[in-house]
Structure formats: structure tokens, C-alpha cells
Design a protein around this ligand. Structure first.
Ligand code: PNS
Length: 161
């Protein structure tokens, strides 16, 4: 039984995240999409809201479970008996950051191996922060997020302005 974890901030989930989730879910039995519940950050969406948005974008994938975690990722990995941490890579900058994190996670938990999936080219320019910035400045971000959650992001941005 292969259980993989795809952790992240997901503030909000983008089409780039969805690309990694869809491809990762094909490679394992169960893919946990794990939202970091970090009270020190001031995100656009609450953890519960992020989970709802992710569920709306991934309801077509039967082996995806969406949860939150707090504390160390490696402890969560152990709690759910996962074999692999999944991370997406868009560019060299991502790679440098991600390879450090994977080495540290491995040091903290010998069983926590990381698998990287390179984002498909059309998604490599997308990040949650660019979605938020474009939305905040009144730009069209419809090609960057799932159409099922476009209005919710727009409404949240309007409330925050
Ligand atoms: O989407 P992000 O913000 O790039 O995700 C980063 C995340 C949540 C995967 C990372 O910050 C994380 O794992 N945080 C949990 C705390 C932890 O385990 N830190 C040690 C990492 S070496």
C-alpha cells in the first residue's frame, strides 16, 4: 500500500498544484494533500477554507484525501504511515529549495523520502503568490486557478481590499 503526502500552504490552490496532484495520485494508492496549519502566517484563506477549495478542485480524483497538519511534516508523515513526500518543481530555484528540504526531512525521519514531479510547462509560471498579487491588482487570473473556485478567490480578495 503506497501512501504519499503532498504538503503545502495552498493559499490558494492553483492549476499548478492540481497538475502535481493529478499526476501524483496516479503513482500511489492514496495521496494525502496536507495543508500546513500555521497560525504564525497571515494567509488569505483560513485552513478550513483552503481545504474546501482543494476538495472542490480534486473531487474527480478518487484516491485523494485532503487534511491539515501542524508541526513537523515528518511527524505527520509518520502518523499517517506515508512512504513518500511529493513536491512539485517548476524551476532551478524550486529545485535548490526543495532538495535542501528533502535532505533535512530525511535526516529527521529516515523513512521520509521525497519524490519530485516537474510541473508541466504550461504551469511553471504559476504560484499562489502571483495569483494573489494579480487578483489584488484587478488583473485576470482565470487561467491560473480552477474555474470552480475563481469566484471564491475573487470574493475573498474583494473583502480584504
Ligand atoms: O507550499 P509551500 O509553502 O512551499 O510548503 C512548504 C511546506 C508546508 C511543505 C513546509 O514549509 C513544511 O513542511 N512545513 C512544516 C514544518 C516542517 O516540517 N519544517 C521542516 C522542513 S525541512
Amino acid at each position: 500500500m503506497s501512501i504519499w503526502v503532498y504538503p503545502g500552504s495552498f493559499d490558494p490552490i492553483t492549476l499548478g498544484h492540481e497538475n502535481i496532484i493529478e499526476r501524483g495520485a496516479r503513482l500511489c494508492d492514496t495521496l494525502y494533500v496536507a495543508v500546513l496549519d500555521n497560525p504564525n502566517k497571515s494567509p488569505l484563506f483560513s485552513t478550513d477554507e483552503k481545504i474546501e477549495l482543494i476538495k472542490k478542485c480534486t473531487s474527480h480524483i478518487p484516491n485523494v484525501v485532503v487534511e491539515c497538519f501542524n508541526g513537523l511534516l515528518v511527524d505527520y508523515v509518520k502518523d499517517i504511515n506515508a512512504n513518500v513526500i511529493l513536491r512539485g518543481i517548476r524551476n532551478v530555484g524550486d529545485y535548490e529549495y526543495e532538495q535542501n528540504m528533502s535532505v533535512l526531512n530525511k535526516k529527521l525521519n529516515e523513512n521520509a523520502d521525497t519524490v519530485f514531479i516537474c510541473a508541466d510547462p504550461e504551469f511553471r509560471c504559476i504560484s499562489s503568490s502571483s495569483v494573489k498579487e494579480i487578483a489584488m491588482l484587478g488583473g485576470d487570473f482565470s487561467g491560473l486557478v480552477n474555474e470552480n473556485i475563481f469566484n471564491e478567490i475573487n470574493n475573498q480578495i474583494t473583502r480584504r481590499k
